[in-house]
Design a protein around this ligand. Sequence first.
Ligand code: G3P
Ligand code: CA
Length: 215
Amino acid sequence: MLKIGHRGAKGYVAENTLASFQKALELDVDIIELDVHVSKDNIPVVIHDETVDRTTNAKGKVTNFTAKELQNLGIPALEEVFDLVENRCGINIEIKDFEATKAVLNLINHYSFDTEKIIISSFDWNVLQLCHTEKPAIHLGVLTENSIDKALSFAKKISAYSIHPYFKLLNTENVQLMHQNGFKIYPWTVNNLEDITFVKSFLVDGIITDFPDRL
Ligand code: G3P
Ligand code: CA
């Protein structure tokens, strides 16, 4: 079962920062999960929210800042994370903004990162549809917070690699169905020990957590 560090190691270090990804590597994760938006100059950058308000001391939409300006606020470009990780673990790139999709694919195409080690996921299934059309070989993860049934039918449609459900949606039947259809199951975001035990009982393929050392 894979250890997947949510926004790096969010339980220990400020989320989606290079320090958080470094900590996740030290905790021996198999995969780092991170969130991507696009900057004013069309560079994929790693931040969860649409604005910089919550995680920096500046204010405004991510798309109003250049990648350089965002870097000065502590928000890394996706390419910097590739440089840091250097194929030492996988990267689950969660695309938060449809407009970032082509920039992400372009970076992957021009970067010497092992594409087998990348999974692109999104709650916006239009993102996944576009990735499937533009780059059919890329691993795609279908995110859902409310319906494993719908995620499963869409995953079949785009030949996804994995399904990433909110962990409370799991039950014996839907886990069996996802596995029978050949999908990996990576639930999120599972942090306390009781929930980790509950999710592990389904023999899922990986768990997305803020505390990778708890798995
Ligand atoms: O990728 C799973 C999880 O990160 C989705 O929720 O809001 O933490 O991006 P969120
Ligand atoms: Ca995420």
